[in-house]
Design a binder for this molecule. Structure first.
Ligand code: HEM
Length: 492
């Protein structure tokens, strides 16, 4: 039975109707129905109940939730010119300033310029090739850190993901010992971004006029939060940028996105502002997402030792034990590639993607989607959809390997990075970083249960970026030869 929710349907043309969804309450619509914790589970339930495209209405704002890959492609990819704006999120975007970064930037000329620059530098495998040696070096450094203090492997993942993206965006090399100030700043900024965009946490995000309430007014604590979070974002953006400018002046800058855009050029204030925020856009979002994927890889290796052993046998046979694997080996390691893909499918880093906003009315399959309404993609449901993946709750890299009479299943990388003109601009880099860290770790380490903490749960954190729940594991060199490879100098 269909439940029509949208107040918008009063304005819809006669031939169409809003998609179905849960009944709301007068005035506030579905405000009280909205899940604020692991929202993707509720969205999937609504999908089962009301259909792959269902809608809710929050204080007059229609939100369409998409639970099928096909509909996401039909709307966001094929009709990208009207589905690529972002919602205005008063606290995060306007008050803190995240609208200056790509992730919350409105659709328009500035957005197109940012996307073009990011794409030309590392948006394709060809342009990414110039950065592959950097990814190999940083992944090798990761092995060294893990070998030294394996119990801190989570910190090492954070440092490595930050190191790779900062090398590419700013040409900056992270400190070898202890925490790196710029990596820590980016992580803090992303944590604060997660809170400032979390649905339901700050009322100002639902009632934008509240942003004009003075900070001394009772209940206006969000004004102080905004000021504090803005300082972090500004520091994260300004401080590494100033380092690069200084290095360029000294002639010591390394090849990076910023050096390519700044070196030998005279930019006006606006152009320099944009270049600075483009670099900040990448180094903020890029690190935390990659951390989640690599952490998931380690958890999967503890839980599925037979898959670990199979990938190691493949690496041993193709690469041997006299050197570490590199990007040149990737095509020859189909099982290892399939394993990395299965990690991406199994743990959804961005379970509900980022909301897209329509800039014009649309009708799809008889359903009306008004201008200004939002579209949310339930990527978690899509990567666990039994209509697309056989036994979706089973970890099985083989599903991506063609066999006689059986086609490989859908590549999760076509889903996990989002859709249309907002598709993740860092996807080639993310894929390269995760694969390289996984392949090198498999080549030299045996990853298993921790002798003291053998229980591993399958839980994940809630949020725009979801991480596997905390766990401990044992990580040891596979052999004396493996140890020698870890300790060898990095091949520059
Ligand atoms: C496993 C790693 C990653 C995953 C799963 C991931 C996923 C996503 C998703 C789902 C979106 C939203 C797409 C949409 O709106 O439809 C996105 C956007 C974005 N990602 Fe990634 N991402 C990853 C790594 C990276 C990296 C390494 C970078 C930077 C180099 C990056 C930079 C961005 C930026 C700047 C946006 C906003 C794009 C826009 O709004 O136009 N991401 N990502």
């Amino acid at each position: 039975m269909c439940h029509r929710t949208s107040l918008q349907s009063r304005n819809t043309p006669r031939y169409s109707t809003s998609s179905s969804g849960p009944y709301g309450t007068p005035f506030v619509g579905n405000l009280l129905d909205m899940p604020y914790f692991k929202a993707w589970i509720k969205y999937a339930d609504w999908g089962d109940k009301y259909g792959d495209m269902c809608s809710v209405n929050i204080l007059g704002q229609q939100i369409t939730i998409i639970n099928s890959a096909k509909i996401a492609f039909d709307l966001l990819d094929k009709k990208g010119s009207i589905y690529s704006d972002r919602p205005v999120i008063p606290l995060a975007g306007e008050m803190i300033g995240w609208k200056n970064t790509l992730v919350l930037m409105p659709y328009g000329d500035r957005f197109r310029n940012f996307r073009r620059l990011a794409h030309s530098l590392f948006g394709s495998r060809t342009s990414m090739a110039s950065f592959e040696p950097l990814v190999e070096i940083e992944s090798h450094r990761f092995l060294k850190r893990v070998d030294k203090t394996p119990d801190d492997f989570q910190d090492h993942i954070v440092k490595t993901a930050g190191a790779i993206i900062l090398r590419i965006s700013h040409g900056y090399r992270v400190k070898d010992e202890g925490a790196d100030a710029f990596v820590t700043l980016a992580n803090t900024a992303m944590e604060q971004f997660g809170q400032a965009t979390a649905p339901g946490l700050f009322l100002v995000n639902s009632i934008p006029l509240l942003r004009y309430v003075p900070s001394w007014f009772p209940g206006a604590g969000f004004q102080h939060t905004a000021k504090f979070y803005k300082q972090t974002l500004m520091r994260m953006t300004d401080e590494p940028f100033e380092v690069v400018k200084q290095e360029l002046a000294n002639g010591t800058a390394q090849h990076s996105l910023l050096s390519a855009l700044l070196d030998g050029k005279t930019l006006d204030v606006r152009e320099e502002f944009d270049v600075k925020w483009l670099a900040a856009s990448l180094h903020s979002v890029g690190a935390d997402t990659t951390v989640s994927a690599i952490y998931a890889f380690f958890k999967a290796m503890v839980l599925f030792p037979e898959c670990q052993a199979k990938a190691q046998a493949e690496i041993d046979a193709v690469v041997g034990s006299h050197r570490l694997p590199g990007f040149a080996d990737k095509e020859l390691l189909p099982y290892t590639a399939a394993l990395a893909m299965e990690v991406h499918r199994w743990h959804t880093v961005g379970p509900t993607g980022m909301p897209h906003r329509l800039v014009a009315d649309d009708v799809h399959n008889g359903y009306f989607l008004p201008k200004g309404s939002l579209v949310l993609t339930n990527i978690w449901k899509m990567t666990h959809d039994p209509r697309v993946y056989s036994n979706p709750w089973t970890f099985d890299p083989e599903r991506f390997i063609a066999k006689e009479g059986k086609q490989p299943e859908m590549d999760p990388r076509d889903l996990m990075f989002g859709f249309g003109r907002r598709i993740c601009p860092g996807r080639v880099l993310a894929d390269a970083s995760v694969w390289m860290t996984a392949a090198m770790s498999l080549a030299v380490f045996k990853i298993g249960r921790h002798p003291k903490y053998s229980h591993i749960d399958l839980d994940v954190t809630s949020g725009t970026i979801s991480h596997p729940s905390h766990f401990k594991c044992s990580i040891e060199p596979r052999s004396q030869k493996a140890l020698e490879l870890i300790l060898a100098d990095e091949q520059v």
